[in-house]
Structure formats: structure tokens, C-alpha cells
Design a protein around this ligand. Structure first.
Ligand code: DAH
Length: 340
């Protein structure tokens, strides 16, 4: 029996040594120390052995049991450690690898231009006023001193929703809302959408954007208007930009003017952008007509003011050399992504 114990021990050691997985180690344990294990059998048989024999075999069997148990325990620990090591190696994260790119949207160039213009006026102390796209004929025309027969009131020029409501053809209607809503000193700009019955082509769109401006206070003169818009031109097109005011006519201002800026491309010598004239027309402006102030409940004897309106697409097209206004509305990301 002693010999058998030795054999079992040698065999067991070899099998435990050869095991490479936890399952295999567990199989060894069952094979030798389990209920029907080889060493367990020895213990069972020992019950039948006589006293003398037991004295010799007992300690030998116990030593073998202890040895195998210890080996199994050690092996299990080693296999676990190896497995952990292998997993750590396989599952390592390369923290230097670049992350997945998250595609961010870009601001639309029209919004960028509106933000730029708004920023310039905000720095001069203007706040933003808003008005609806669907506007009364009164706010869009009558209150703005526009005569009954003015061509812009024609159904071929302005979208009528009903006899008394239109899709506003300009942001000037916000002037009336502001005058009725606020007391002087008034200092607002109003960026937003406008609509006109134009067939789309490279320079026309039935929907476009304007930024309106309105300032009303005591002792406001044409010099204030010129100084303000000259500052705008320099901030938009560069420090060297010069401005020129040409007499014009708008029903809601008197006197009225159009402002040209010296060409930011050629500096005034003449090029394709300024059509060889050296000047580029940018906006309409003037001193608020006394009739408009009166409609707004403001005493024209006490207060004066100036107003202006500019096309956002037009300025963006000039500044970024965009040749077709329709590009703004196609939402082609290859176009939109180009602007900062
Ligand atoms: N509303 C005019 C237009 O759409 C632009 C304009 C001109 C606005 C003169 C004004 C102004 O406030 O004073 O063409």
C-alpha cells in the first residue's frame, strides 16, 4: 500500500504540474482527493487494514494528501495569476490613440454675419429688437410713411397674406413696433428675415435677411449717423475703409442716403468686385421722418433720430466673395463649413 501511495503521489504531482487551466487543476483535485479520488480510496481501504499497518500507512497517506492539496492550491494560484496577466495584456487601452472624431455642426454664414454685425452694435450700446415675419400692412408700409401708390406695396413685389397682412418685405417694420414700445433714448438693431416676390437667381432670393438700425434721442444729427455707420464699415471691412453717402429716397427717412464703402479688395483703384468704380453700395439710411416719429408717439420737435437697413446676404457675399446667393440656402455642408 505504501508503494501505491508513492505511485499516486508521483502521478498526481505530474498531472498537477501539467495542468494549465483552472478546470484541469480542478479535475486533478477530483481525481485524487475527490469522493472517489485515488487517494480517498486509500483512506477508505485503510479502514480495513490492521493496527500496525495503519501506523505506517496513515502518516504516509496524510503526507501525500497534504502535498497534493498544497500543490493544487499553488497551481490554482499560479493559473489565476497567469490568466490575469494575459487578460491585462490583451485588454490594455492605448491612451495615446486619438479619440473618435465627433462631428460638430457649424454656424451658418448668415448667422455668423448677423452675429458679427450685432457684436459691433452691441459694443456701441445697442440692444436687439425683434418683430414678426407676418406683419401688418400698417407697420410695414403706412406707419413708415409709405404712400399708397409706392411700388414696393404692389402684389408683384410683396407677399400678401391678406389685405392687411404681408410677409414683411423689410425689417423697417420693427421701427414702428420699437417706437411704440420704448421711450427715447432708443438704440436698437433688428436682424431678421424678409420676403419679396423675387424669382431666385444669382443675386435674388424671395427670402433673405436684413439688419435694421434705429436711434432716437435729443439732438441726434446726420453727423451721428455718419459716424456710427463709418465705424461699422471700418469694423466690417477694415480700418482703412472709407465711406461715402449718396442722396437717395426712402419714404421713412428725410434726408435719405445710400452708403458706399471704398472697395476692400482694391482699396478704391477699381476691380471686379467694385465693378471698377472703387466703391461698393452697402446700405440705406437717413434721418427718421417726423411722420414716423409721430406715428410712434414721439414728439419730432423734441427728438430726432436716424435709421438704417442693410442686406446680410449682400454683405456676406461681398466679404466672402460668394457669387450666388442660392448657395446660402442649399445647406451643402461643403459650403457652410468654410466660414468662421
Ligand atoms: N428698408 C429699406 C430696404 O429694404 C432699407 C432701409 C433704408 C432701412 C433706409 C432704413 C433706412 O431704416 O433708413 O431697402
Amino acid at each position: 500500500m505504501e508503494q501505491r501511495i508513492d505511485q499516486i503521489l508521483t502521478q498526481g504531482k505530474a498531472e498537477i504540474l501539467a495542468a494549465t487551466t483552472l478546470d484541469q487543476v480542478e479535475d486533478c483535485r477530483i481525481a485524487y482527493l475527490g469522493r472517489k479520488g485515488k487517494l480517498t480510496e486509500i483512506f477508505k481501504e485503510m479502514g480495513k487494514a490492521d493496527k500496525e499497518e495503519k501506523k505506517v500507512i496513515g502518516p504516509a497517506a496524510n503526507r501525500a494528501k497534504n502535498t497534493l492539496e498544497q500543490l493544487i492550491e499553488e497551481k490554482k494560484n499560479r493559473v489565476r495569476a497567469e490568466e490575469l496577466h494575459r487578460r491585462l495584456e490583451q485588454e490594455t487601452i492605448d491612451v495615446t490613440e486619438p479619440g473618435k472624431e465627433i462631428k460638430l455642426g457649424k454656424k451658418h454664414p448668415i448667422n455668423l454675419m448677423i452675429e458679427k454685425i450685432s457684436g459691433i452694435f452691441a459694443a456701441m450700446g445697442y440692444s436687439i429688437a425683434q418683430g414678426p415675419h407676418v406683419e401688418s400692412v400698417y407697420n410695414a408700409f403706412d406707419a413708415l410713411n409709405s404712400p399708397e401708390n409706392h411700388p414696393s406695396r404692389d402684389k408683384t413685389d410683396t407677399f400678401y397674406i391678406s389685405k392687411d397682412t404681408v410677409l414683411r418685405p423689410h425689417t423697417s417694420s420693427v421701427q414702428i413696433r420699437t417706437l411704440l414700445d420704448q421711450e427715447p433714448p432708443i438704440k436698437v438693431i433688428s436682424p431678421g428675415r424678409c420676403f419679396r416676390c423675387d424669382t431666385p437667381d444669382a443675386t435674388h432670393s424671395p427670402m433673405f435677411h436684413q439688419v435694421e438700425g434705429l436711434l432716437v434721442d435729443e439732438n441726434v444729427t446726420m453727423a451721428d449717423l455718419k459716424g456710427t455707420l463709418d465705424q461699422l464699415a471700418k469694423e466690417l471691412f477694415g480700418e482703412k475703409t472709407q465711406t461715402k453717402f449718396r442722396p437717395h429716397h426712402f419714404p421713412f427717412t428725410e434726408p435719405s442716403a445710400e452708403m458706399d464703402v471704398s472697395c476692400f479688395q482694391c482699396g478704391g483703384s477699381g476691380c471686379r468686385i467694385c465693378k471698377e468704380s472703387g466703391w461698393i453700395e452697402i446700405l440705406g439710411c437717413g434721418m427718421v421722418h417726423p411722420n414716423v416719429l409721430k406715428v410712434g408717439g414721439i414728439d419730432p420737435e423734441k427728438y430726432t433720430g436716424f435709421a438704417f437697413g442693410m442686406g446680410v446676404e449682400r454683405i456676406a457675399m461681398l466679404k466672402y466673395e460668394i457669387e450666388d446667393i442660392r448657395l446660402f440656402y442649399e445647406n451643402d455642408m461643403r459650403f457652410i463649413e468654410q466660414f468662421k
